[in-house]
Design a protein around this ligand. Structure first.
Ligand code: VG1
Ligand code: CO
Length: 544
């Protein structure tokens, strides 16, 4: 086998976003596009000779092609071993676990997460470091810089690995081990949760539906929920991974999981519904007659985590992304533990988790996780919910209401305007940013006084790094907030995300319709930012 050095020319657009490089498949399949990016990653790493690299993805279209390329490039660059999931499958949290468990140098996670797949859909590549988490900005910036000047990459003239065959193969001097994608992850879950109690819950007739959305969590959910925990066959629906997600949109929200939502709102429906996204790191939780917003879910899981064996000693602290509601802050305050507000994206939680400053993290975008891995983890959240329901012997609705009666309720919604003209979106954000200094102290709308208005800058308390321009926040004296930022995961035009939040005290009204409860703030946000007028859109593309 010979190592080949292939000449290439750079692409100018390989800048990783919130969660790795995400582009249309048609972009990724350009000549040397994958090769350039993977070589740029390796060029930004140190001391990888002989080390272990993990590779896996969510099984979407182009996953297998990109994996074969990455394996050859890894072999040519001198990695000692690649661990790859069978058929190229590893959910994002499972990949994080494999990196940690086998002490790999890092891993390539191939996914565009909740974005649609297929030949016309999206693909993505993300590098995770040795703690199992997404590479910090220092590395992603180095990769981008390298990708702009790269002039060659290394590969080997070897054939494809048989990704279906579990066991050891070789590419030149490098060992490739194809591993069971589920086994290590299932074992980890068993150490965290009271599986006996959850088995008892299912045996008592508790009924659940889990929608894997034809994405990566199917095999994990089948093995854990129906296999180990004894949930009835049929509990998992859409459980076979499909390269196009069965032509669906693998984002577990109330738009793409509307059928499940409707089912949970009917008297004869199941007790509990859950779903996960393309790569298995997001979760949707719906109890009978009760949708749990992701921000509330984070607060509830943090408040009840001690009911699961993995967290019985209590949690060290909580972190949430800036746009996530402040519901979790009230839990941290009551528990007397640390609370951190970070920019959007899981890469900002890694340092806090590594330093044991926090145990549980979450984002309003349906991501929750803990220090068991360094990614958000969809099935983990579902299992923790089941553990809590089994121990408390209450319905999801009762648990949520009880939480609000203790801590108060943070009414919360997110309005997305997708595929907006990028020029218009950028100008909108720039103009609002320019208006911020004049806002504090003003009374806006009916009776809302601005307490602060800024563009969020994060100072990482662990490594001292600073991340600026992370989203506009306008906070009011009654605890309400308007947040506006541009998405860093979209692949066409720009996506504007508008986040709205209003606090209602523990003895206040907790049964209002969310959109109505937030209507004055929604109107005020539109007045301040001019979203409708500037974009010409009369309503958001997605409301979560
Ligand atoms: C979105 C979410 C963010 C999440 C990111 C990756 O980013 O808002 O909370 O971490 O997706 O999630 P953005 O920049 O589009 O708002 V996943 O499940 O797509 O890896
Ligand atoms: Co995801």
């Amino acid at each position: 086998m010979t190592i080949q050095t292939i000449k290439t020319t750079p692409y100018g657009d390989q800048k990783p976003g919130t969660s790795g490089l995400r582009k249309r498949v048609t972009v990724f399949s350009q000549p040397n596009y994958v090769e350039n990016f993977v070589q740029s990653i390796f060029d930004s790493l140190e001391d990888f000779a002989g080390k272990v690299l993990v590779i896996g993805g969510d099984g979407r279209f182009y996953n297998d092609v990109a994996i074969q390329k990455a394996i050859r490039i890894a072999a040519a660059n001198g990695f000692g071993k690649v661990l790859v999931g069978q058929n190229g499958i590893l959910s994002t949290p499972a990949a994080s676990n494999i990196i940690r468990h086998y002490k790999a140098l890092g891993g390539l996670v191939l996914s565009a997460s909740h974005n649609p797949g297929g030949p016309e859909g999206d693909f993505g590549i993300k590098y995770n470091i040795g703690n199992g988490g997404p590479a910090p900005e220092k590395i992603t910036e180095a990769v981008y810089a390298r990708s702009k000047v790269i002039d060659s990459y290394k590969t080997v003239d070897a054939g494809d690995i048989d990704l279906a065959a579990v066991g050891t193969q070789k590419v030149g001097d490098m060992v490739v081990e194809v591993i069971d994608p589920v086994a290590d992850y299932a074992r980890l879950m068993e150490t965290l949760f009271d599986f006996e109690a959850i088995r008892g819950l299912f045996a008592s007739g508790f009924r659940m539906t889990f929608d894997a959305m034809s994405a990566v969590t199917g095999p994990y959910a089948h093995a854990i929920l129906e296999g180990i925990l004894g949930a009835p066959k049929g509990t998992v629906v859409n459980g076979t991974p499909s390269p196009s997600f069965n032509n669906g949109h693998p984002d577990p929200n109330l738009v793409y999981c509307k059928d499940m939502y409707d089912l949970l709102m009917t008297p004869e429906g199941p007790d509990f519904g859950a779903a996960s996204d393309g790569d298995g790191d997001r979760n949707l939780i719906i109890g009978k007659n009760r949708f749990v917003t992701p921000s509330d879910s984070l607060a509830l899981l943090a408040a009840n985590a001690h009911l699961a064996p993995g967290y019985k000693g209590g949690i060290a602290g909580i972190a949430r992304s800036m746009p996530t509601s402040a519901a979790a802050d009230r839990v941290a305050e009551k528990l007397g533990i640390e609370m951190h507000e970070t920019p959007t994206g899981w890469k900002f939680f890694g340092n806090l988790l590594d330093a044991s400053r926090v145990t549980i993290c979450g984002e309003e975008s349906a991501g929750t996780g803990s220090n068991h891995v360094r990614e958000k983890d969809g099935l983990w959240a579902v299992l923790l919910w089941l553990n809590i329901v089994a121990v408390r012997k209450q319905s999801v609705d009762e648990i949520v209401r009880d939480h609000w009666a203790t801590y108060g309720r943070n009414y919360y919604t997110r309005h997305d305007y997708e595929e907006v003209d990028a020029g218009i979106a950028n100008k909108l954000v720039d103009d609002l940013r320019a208006a911020l200094p004049g806002l504090p102290g003003q009374i806006l709308g009916d009776d809302l006084q601005v307490a602060y208005a800024d563009d969020f800058t994060y100072h990482d308390p662990v490594d001292g790094s600073t991340s600026a321009k992370q989203g506009i926040r306008i906070g009011f004296t009654d605890g309400s907030r308007i947040v506006l930022r541009l998405s860093g995961t979209g692949t066409v035009g720009a996506t504007l995300r508008l986040y709205l939040e209003r606090y209602e005290a523990a003895d206040g009204r907790h049964d209002l319709d969310t959109q109505l409860a937030l209507a004055p703030l929604i109107a005020l946000a539109d007045q301040l930012a001019g979203v409708r007028q500037r974009t010409g859109r009369q309503e958001p593309s997605v409301i979560t």
